[in-house]
Design a protein around this ligand. Structure first.
Ligand code: NI
Length: 400
């Protein structure tokens, strides 16, 4: 590829007002997971104005744009998630959410705007691109089973040699970017648990089986899955997040309903956890004459970044932003359905610092006051464009 860095820089400068405008439009018009009708339409119509894209709608709320260069070469997929969260925004900003009960509280508005900007810049360089860049605008990252797996099933990711995705991140200060190989986001599985006893009068517990007392035992003993039954060098979370039983003070209820989540980075450990939980629950309930019913659902797989693709993205980021700006991210026990793409191609999921405590922009993701420092948009778009160009070059050199 014969590219003049000054040309790329001026294209990036020129697209900034667009990216800012798109982000603010999307922020004002959030749509929750699996309801991104207008968002997908907005993305589609915006992409239609760029030259050289082949647009498809592989699933109901997704948009995929293929930019095929003038010479054959590797295929890179770039993913942005486009959904909002069921939160009522508490920010007082001119582009605040106009949809009560919906809010871009995780920055997916920024992801969508940045990838639109990236597409616009790369379209302008199409005559010198060798290979293909596939821009994937994905619905429903926030709601399992998620929008990524159906896109993979649709064939939209077929033939891809590498896949990357970026997330704006307020725990990281704006001006930094973060990439690492290996474990990045955990698998996120869920479970529902019912403990069945035998209800009766609270004054005569010996005539029944108290599911509340057994549930309490079960919760305490399930904490030992992490502390006693699995390798301490492999991070694991077992959280009980719901417990419901009973209606009043003088009745022992028949059953207690619990629910929770399990997070892990290790596929083997992840497979073992339901069996260990069964063993604990069997023992605890049998000891007290109760019964249980565990329904365990496997959710998003862990995001394990590919060493080679991560190193190439890091090279691109170092070249653009310098050693001081590029940091190693802490892996997160949060889940991400970007992992679905990693079953199709090696890739990396990296972070764009977006927090700024001095400006009051340091609320955590999924908070009703979450907001990003919009300087992150410029940095993110620049990071994506240069990561894409560098990856195409490296994949080509590696013979893909
Ligand atoms: Ni997110």
């Amino acid at each position: 590829m014969d590219l003049d860095p000054a040309e790329v820089m001026s294209l990036l400068e020129a697209v900034q007002p667009d990216v800012l405008g798109w982000r603010r439009h999307l922020h004002a018009h959030p749509e929750v997971s699996f309801h991104e009708r207008e968002t997908a339409e907005f993305v589609y119509q915006t992409l239609q104005r760029f030259e050289g894209l082949e647009l498809t709608r592989p699933t109901e709320f997704s948009v995929v744009a293929r930019l095929v260069g003038t010479a054959p070469g590797p295929v890179l997929a770039m993913r942005a998630d486009i959904d909002a969260l069921p939160i009522t925004e508490e920010n007082e900003i001119e582009f605040g959410s106009q949809n009560p009960g919906a809010m871009h509280a995780c920055g997916h508005d920024a992801h969508t705007a940045m990838l639109l900007g990236t597409a616009k810049v790369l379209c302008a360089l199409r005559d010198r691109l060798q290979g293909e860049i596939r821009f994937v605008f994905q619905p429903a990252e926030e709601l399992p089973p998620g929008g990524a797996q159906p896109l993979c099933d649709s064939g939209a990711i077929d033939g891809v040699d590498a896949v990357i995705g970026a997330h704006v991140w307020t725990p990281l200060p704006v001006g930094t970017v973060a990439v690492k190989s290996g474990p990045m986001m955990a698998s996120s599985d869920t479970f529902d648990l019912v403990i069945r006893g035998r209800g009766g009068h609270a004054a005569q517990p010996h005539l029944g089986v108290d599911c509340v007392a057994v549930a309490a035992q079960a919760i305490v003993n399930l904490q030992q899955v992490v502390s006693r039954a699995t390798d301490p060098l492999k991070p694991l979370v077992v959280s009980i997040t719901k417990i419901h039983a009973g209606t009043t003070s003088n009745v022992i209820p028949d059953e207690a309903e619990l629910a929770g989540t399990v997070r892990s980075f290790d596929p083997e450990q992840r497979r073992q956890v339901p069996g260990i939980m069964e063993r604990v629950l069997r023992g605890v309930t049998q000891a007290h004459g109760a019964e249980y019913d565990l329904r365990y659902q496997f959710g998003y797989r862990p995001v394990i970044n590919d060493p080679r693709v991560s190193a190439w993205v890091e090279e691109a980021l170092l070249a653009e932003f310098g050693r001081d700006a590029v940091v190693a991210p802490e892996p997160s026990m949060g889940g991400e359905d970007f992992s679905a793409y990693l079953t199709k191609a090696p890739g990396t999921f990296f972070l764009i610092g977006a927090g700024n405590a001095a400006k009051g922009l340091a609320y955590p993701h999924h908070n009703a006051r979450f907001n990003i420092d919009e300087d992150a948009l410029r940095i993110g778009t620049r990071a994506e464009v240069h990561a894409a160009l560098h990856l195409l070059e490296q994949l080509r050199a590696a013979g893909r």
